[in-house]
Design a protein around this ligand. Structure first.
Ligand SMILES: C[S@@+](CC[C@H](N)C(=O)[O-])C[C@H]1O[C@@H](n2cnc3c(N)ncnc32)[C@H](O)[C@@H]1O
Length: 268
């Protein structure tokens, strides 16, 4: 799980502990991510912070750190769980009364959408190619598996710290059967208006950067998903955003700020 992008320097300065975080674990993670273990973060740097019970990605700034972690138990995730939320996502993947399709989430990020699906009863194959985000997801899933309210959902998710294209491009006669529904939510700059979400997005953008070939890469990802999905591909977009790869979907579901584009693939 090391930095593979040869065209862009690794934006991660290193790993630190929060004071009460276990030093041995920090050293292990620094080795795994191939970055230094730091006593103090340099000014204006991006680091992974190891706490007593969780990992965070932190942008260390003079006027206060900005931190993000994968959280399925507390805060907004807990609220969403109690309120049942995100029905539109469930409808988009084809969930109906008594029917919960298996979903391959090809763009894991902070795992929020995957967790909503798993909480509703779907089994989810979760792919995230960035080593830091894969690590944060692993950490969030471990904590969710330790909590009685979220244990069952966490156990429905299988995390793959790899590029989903590597998986989708290996031809196999049963791939379509194994992956009836593929869900994609590629990064779309400036899509979320809420202040906290905006800050988190900024942090992720610092980590992930913006590819010169974004549109081309997205088109390849959609095409691979269309070839592999047995029933449908679902793409999350900003409400007024362009179609991924300029491909018109079979139909759309529109919310206030988000749109789900659904491509039916059976019989393609
Ligand atoms: C906008 S985020 C997804 C947010 C996610 N839906 C959530 O609920 O937190 C997009 C993520 O997809 C990942 N990604 C993009 N292309 C990928 C690929 N080919 N394979 C695996 N992960 C990919 C990026 O690293 C990024 O973390």
């Amino acid at each position: 799980m090391t930095w593979k992008n040869k065209t862009r320097p690794n934006p991660l300065a290193g790993v630190i502990t929060s004071g009460d975080g276990p030093a041995r674990r920090a050293a292990e993670l620094a080795a795994r991510l191939d970055v230094p273990l730091l006593a103090h973060p340099p000014a204006d740097s991006l680091v992974v912070r190891v706490g007593a019970n969780h990992l965070e990605l932190v942008h260390c700034q003079p006027h206060g750190d900005l931190a993000v972690r994968v959280e399925f138990v507390l805060g907004a995730a807990g609220y969403r769980r109690q309120k049942g939320g995100r029905e539109m996502l469930l409808r988009a993947v084809g969930a109906r009364k008594g029917e919960r399709p298996d979903v391959l989430d090809g763009t894991g990020g902070l795992g929020r959408d995957s967790f909503v699906l798993a909480q509703a009863g779907c089994r989810v194959q979760l792919f995230e190619r960035h080593p830091v985000l894969a690590l944060l997801l692993e950490d969030g899933l471990r904590r969710a598996a330790d909590s009685p309210e979220t244990k069952a959902a966490a156990e429905r998710i299988t995390l793959h710290g790899q590029d989903v294209l590597e998986y989708l491009k290996v031809p196999g006669p049963d791939l379509r059967e194994k992956t009836p529904v593929i869900y994609l939510d590629p990064m779309y700059p400036g899509r979320d208006k809420a202040a906290k979400a905006k800050k988190e997005l900024q942090l992720l953008q610092l980590l992930l950067g913006d590819s010169q070939n974004r549109e081309h890469e997205e088109a390849i990802l959609l095409e691979a998903a269309l070839q592999a999905a047995g029933k449908r591909v679902v793409v999350k977009r900003p409400r007024r955003g362009p179609f991924l790869g300029r491909q018109k979907p079979s139909y759309c579901l529109e919310g206030r700020s988000t749109r789900f584009d659904i491509y039916l693939t059976r019989g393609r």
